[in-house]
Design a protein around this ligand. Structure first.
Ligand code: NAD
Ligand code: UFG
Length: 351
């Protein structure tokens, strides 16, 4: 079985994907600097398997390291070779993701996101590792005239965070076009990942005050935050609040596994792929469903629109269905139930 490097493995999407990969028998090197996560998450990942009587500890090598440090990432590939277990594929989740912060501090985003990717891709080329699944984002589509977007939609990011993601896609494309030792590349453009593993052992655990709506709702539900600010009730949508395509993090994780296995089977591929459900949910609908499913109160107030927001963005996910037979299995009710289950079991996160 392949040995994989997972960067940003301690993060929200990385940790859930590790569960899928380990469950499938992959051996993982889990790299993270913990700038937005905690190493405690790995104990929980191990516990998910222990509860089923499976010991996966020998398959999970944990490394604290920062991808901005070129030597650190080179050493990981070098040591894997010395261990005679080379890294055959990379899932690259590591990066920063707060849109507002990226506007205030663009250089930080180019350093954490772009430089980290540059160092990683350089090391992959140097050590002849050929498969990469990259965490891109629907944010690269920016302001579009259409609300349902396929992969051919214009790339037009409107903030530094989105610019770094689009630039990494371009970098990967240039490296892919080399004549020799081509990379196999999948740029996965996520829509809005929410929810948690159904065990309640792992979930979204952002450091500080969350930026995204779902961790705010779960923290309001456990009274860690006193209310939700809803950014605008005058959008041109059915109820005036913003519409997004929320996707369960475990469906997303399973999409990564399918994508990786497709890359391994089909050589010399460069794929851009939307991962979303194709279903739009408004902020008001999300709040109401969350309240009903979990029987909790979510106090909210309407406030002004957030700069840079758009009214509606939904994935056309037909390519994912066609190419890797990926069909999301969990609906918005499952997302709300699992997300709350994680938060109620871990009201203060992992500390
Ligand atoms: P996250 O913050 O939970 O996870 C990212 C992880 O990367 C963190 O554990 C962080 O400590 C680590 N990290 C950051 N910079 C690093 C570096 N230089 N070296 C080593 N580790 C580093 O975020 P997430 O929600 O799991 O997102 C994972 C990826 O998916 C990110 O690249 C993000 O931009 C992208 N993405 C996320 C969303 C979303 O809404 N969650 C949507 C689209 C794309
Ligand atoms: N919202 C609120 N109140 C909040 C936070 C958000 O009303 O406190 C609203 C927003 O206005 C928007 C919706 O909830 O209508 C979703 O907002 P999020 O901040 O949760 O997510 P975004 O769609 O703005 O962006 C997210 C990630 C990006 C990613 C993008 C992909 O933050 O990294 O999804 O579509 F690129």
């Amino acid at each position: 079985m392949f040995r994989l490097l997972v960067t940003g493995a301690a993060g929200f999407i990385g940790s859930h994907t590790c569960v899928c990969l380990l469950g499938r028998g992959y051996e993982i090197i889990a790299l993270d600097s913990y700038v937005n996560s905690s190493a405690r998450i790995y104990k929980r990942v191990i516990e998910i398997f222990e509860r089923k009587g499976i010991n996966i500890q020998s398959k999970l090598k944990i490394i604290k390291g920062d991808l901005r440090d070129k030597e650190c990432i080179q050493n990981i590939f070098k040591n894997a070779l010395l261990e005679k277990k080379p890294i055959k594929g990379v899932m690259h989740f590591a990066g920063l993701k707060a849109v507002g912060e990226s506007v205030e501090n663009p250089l930080k985003y180019w350093e954490y996101n772009w430089l980290s990717a540059f160092n990683l891709i350089s090391a992959m080329v140097e050590f002849e590792c050929r498969n990469i699944v990259f965490s891109s984002s629907a944010t690269i589509y920016g302001l579009s005239k259409k609300s349902t977007l396929d992969e051919k939609s214009v790339i037009n990011p409107i903030n530094p965070y989105g610019n770094t993601k689009a630039a990494i896609e371009i970098l990967l494309s240039d490296v892919f076009k080399r004549k020799e030792n081509k990379l196999n590349v999948a740029n996965l453009r996520y829509f809005n990942p929410i929810g948690a593993h159904s065990s309640g052992l792992i979930g979204e655990d952002p450091k500080g005050i969350p930026n995204n709506i779902f961790p705010i709702i779960t923290q309001v539900a456990v009274k860690k935050i006193d209310h939700l600010n809803i950014y605008g009730n005058d959008w041109p949508t059915k109820d005036g609040t913003g519409i997004r395509d929320y996707i369960h993090v475990m469906d997303l994780a399973e999409g990564h596994l399918k994508m990786l296995e497709f890359l391994i089977k089909n050589d010399s591929k460069f794929i851009n792929l939307n991962l979303g459900t194709g279903i739009g949910t408004s902020v008001m609908e999300l709040v109401e469903i969350f309240k009903t499913v979990n029987d909790v109160n979510i106090p909210y107030r309407f406030v002004d629109r957030r700069p840079g927001d758009i009214d509606e963005i939904i994935a056309d996910n037909s390519l994912a269905k066609e190419l890797i037979n990926w069909i999301p299995k969990r609906n918005i009710y499952d997302m709300c139930r699992d997300g709350y289950n994680w938060q109620i079991n871990n009201p203060g996160g992992l500390g």
